[in-house]
Design a protein around this ligand. Structure first.
Ligand code: FEO
Ligand code: CA
Ligand code: CA
Length: 672
């Protein structure tokens, strides 16, 4: 989720006006050239260089035309056709089954889900809303039983609760009751559920001792340099070391020692003020007191939800420090349902998209994380101590101490990792930093002081095992002005995003200096003004916009999921999952594998270790930009369907859900 989850009707209608008028089945220029010259010749030798350079400029093939890199297995599946409709689609030869959806029970003695009678108490025992990141932890060391950990990022009240529609005004919470807020708080956080594969289908194990909901109320512990700092102390917790709940859990990570990491992203949206300006609108600026700079840099308060009307800790007028207790990375041990999740302050406080982990060759643990906002930064954490296989108690302290750095991507293709260490460089009391705790609490301000590179909304930052490479997904940034472009963020008004590849020297993820290279510039390669960059063999279905999450499968291959929000009419495509080649002559070639129902974003691509099951999170189906899809245009699940869509069924639109994809007859996903 980005900043656009409250896109108003005008924006939706503007987006609708941008639907391309040309037929959707046009060939890409790449396909035209491939047909003209012959596809095989196109993909090897100098013709590829000549043709692609003519199309995209010499930068397009700096990597593809270079010496062959370590071979990665090629993708093998028949590409899905693009498009938009009310259901999901998967490539031919695959089956997509729903494993679990919002509201499904996590225990065996519960009634079937009924959204019309849902209470907070009920919701806290059921699968949460808006599923995002997914991790699979095998049980018994196999691929047929395991724990699914899923982030429940945020809620869409207008499609959860009868009688609600999209708020007519951003500041209008008149119809949101305390009972609604209770359900909302219980629908956030993380769902942990045991699942088993039987007769080719995955299903929840309802009597599992591991099944657990973590919500906005679950006790948490802080560790690292900022734990116990005055700015983490509240009336409810004078120690500054224990908090309640985790929020806006977007993407995350999975540690080699079997724990789950969840990123707290747009937490600013939950903080509220009663103060109003002369026009009656609630203030969102200028009320931070001594923390003014910090509040403004983090967008606090934002009043996206009205929890602060009923819960003082979310009202900044009544509790000024609760907001400093969110925007962290949280570690959860799914194997111990009684364990207390830990907020690791050493990884810094910002709008964490995720936290992807790799063990460096010297044994230190490295975590990469993007700050998902326009013009924000890419971070890296390197642990002080080293990973000890089999010593979980030791390994669960690795994220408590280490060095956080922020990235500067230079014009010459180098990357500098700038350490967020108190007392070094500008991070001194003279510049407003009194301690390491303050550097971590205000990591964004520290990144500003260090002059990190302002990126086009960093989402997933994914190390690629065994290669020293790191994929950096940049979803978009329409606010970048022409005078603000740089080589790593080269397009003004970047509507469609791009993907960068970092390379650690000699595979050393703790090195001070990396290099970077462009992998893809997203958007329609048929439209010159878009300035896209793809492998020319990418089809009309294969190019995409607004990449968000990604994963690397067991064969080392990159899969990218998209989140266009309500801007999908600009591409005429529903969000989807794409197989993206990174090596050799196919570098930059993308193929569509799966697409979601209209209004959804696709999250959490996650494979079982044998690569025979792919779990996907279909988030907020039938919300973003649905008015732009004429057969379905509506504002609420519960709106009278007869007046809107004659084919409405009680279970339509689908609820946020986890989908399991398997090959008919078995086998590795995306392989022949
Ligand atoms: Fe929650 Fe950055 O997407
Ligand atoms: Ca995301
Ligand atoms: Ca990822």
């Amino acid at each position: 989720m980005g900043d656009d989850n409250f896109s108003n009707k005008d924006e939706a209608f503007q987006a609708f006006d941008d639907i391309p008028l040309s037929p959707a089945n046009d060939d890409t220029m790449g396909a035209v050239i491939a047909r003209r010259y012959g596809r095989r010749d196109m993909l090897k030798g100098s013709l590829a260089v000549t043709a692609a350079t003519a199309l995209f400029g010499s930068a397009a093939l700096e990597s593809a035309s270079g010496p062959a890199k370590a071979a990665t297995a090629a993708f093998a599946f028949r590409e899905l056709e693009g498009g938009v409709d009310e259901t999901h689609h998967v490539a031919e030869g695959y089956v997509a089954d729903i494993v679990i959806r919002w509201g499904d029970p996590l225990a065996g003695n519960m009634t079937p889900f009924d959204p019309t009678t849902l209470t907070a108490e009920e919701q806290s025992k059921r699968f949460g809303y808006n599923n995002d990141y997914i991790a699979f932890f095998p049980l018994d060391g196999g691929n047929t039983r395991g724990l699914l950990c899923v982030n429940n990022e945020y809620v869409n009240p207008e499609v959860m609760f009868p009688g609600l529609t999209v708020r007519p005004d951003r500041d209008d919470f008149a119809k949101i009751t305390e009972a609604h807020v209770g359900v909302e708080m219980a629908a956030h956080g993380v769902s942990i559920v045991e699942i088993a594969l039987r007769d080719g289908r995955w299903a929840p194990v309802l009597d599992s001792k591991y099944n657990r909901r973590i919500t906005a109320h679950t006790p948490m512990r802080f560790d690292g340099s900022a734990a116990g700092h005055d700015r983490l102390k509240t009336k409810a917790d004078p120690t500054g070391r224990s908090g309640l709940g985790t929020l806006n859990n977007c993407a995350g990570g999975q540690t080699p020692w079997g724990t789950y990491l969840t990123g707290e992203e747009n937490c600013n949206g939950y903080f509220w003020t009663d103060q109003k300006a002369s026009d009656g609108k609630r203030l969102t600026k200028g009320i931070g007191g001594a923390q003014q700079n910090s509040y403004e840099r983090y967008g606090i308060p934002s009043n996206w939800y009205s929890w602060g009307r009923f819960h003082e800790r979310f009202n900044v007028d009544k509790e000024a420090n609760e907001c400093n207790r969110f925007h962290w990375i949280v570690e959860i041990d799914p194997m111990d349902p009684a364990s207390t999740p830990v907020k690791h302050t050493a990884l810094g406080r910002f709008r964490h998209e995720g936290a992807e982990v790799i063990v460096n060759k010297d044994g230190r643990v490295v975590v990469y994380s993007g700050d998902d906002a326009q013009f924000d930064y890419v971070y890296r954490f390197v642990s002080k101590d080293t990973y000890r296989p089999g010593d979980k108690a030791h390994n669960m302290r690795l994220l408590s101490e280490g060095t956080l750095s922020v990235a500067r991507l230079n014009e010459d293709g180098s990357v500098q990792w700038l350490p967020l260490v108190f007392g070094e460089g500008p991070l001194t009391p003279a510049n407003g930093f009194a301690s390491q705790a303050e550097v971590l609490i205000d990591a964004r301000l520290a990144g500003d002081a260090l002059k990190a590179t302002r990126m086009d909304r960093p989402e997933d930052v994914q190390p690629v095992p065994g290669t020293g490479k790191v994929i950096v997904i940049l979803t978009n940034n329409e606010r970048r002005r022409p005078e603000e472009v740089d080589k790593a963020n080269p397009r003004p008004h970047n509507e469609f995003g791009h993907i960068i590849e970092l390379a650690a020297p000699d595979g050393d993820h703790a090195a001070t200096t990396f290099t970077w290279d462009m992998l893809i510039k997203c958007g329609d390669p048929r439209v010159a003004e878009v300035g896209a960059m793809w492998n020319p063999a990418t089809s009309a279905a294969g190019w995409f916009a607004s990449p968000d999450n990604c994963t690397i499968d067991a064969l080392g291959r990159l899969w990218v999921a998209t989140d266009q929000g309500s801007a999908w009419p600009k591409t005429g495509k529903a969000d989807g999952l794409y197989a993206v080649s990174t090596e050799g002559g196919e570098r930059g070639l993308s193929k569509l594998f799966f697409r979601v129902p209209v209004g959804a974003e696709l999250c959490g691509p996650c494979f079982t270790p044998d690569a025979e099951t792919l779990f996907l999170a279909v988030q907020h189906p039938a919300t973003d930009g649905v008015r732009s899809w004429k057969p379905f245009a509506r504002e609420s699940t519960f709106e009278d369907p007869a007046t809107r869509w004659p084919d409405f069924k009680p279970d339509m639109p689908p609820r946020p859900s986890i989908v399991a994809i398997r090959k008919q007859g078995g086998g590795k996903i995306g392989s022949s």
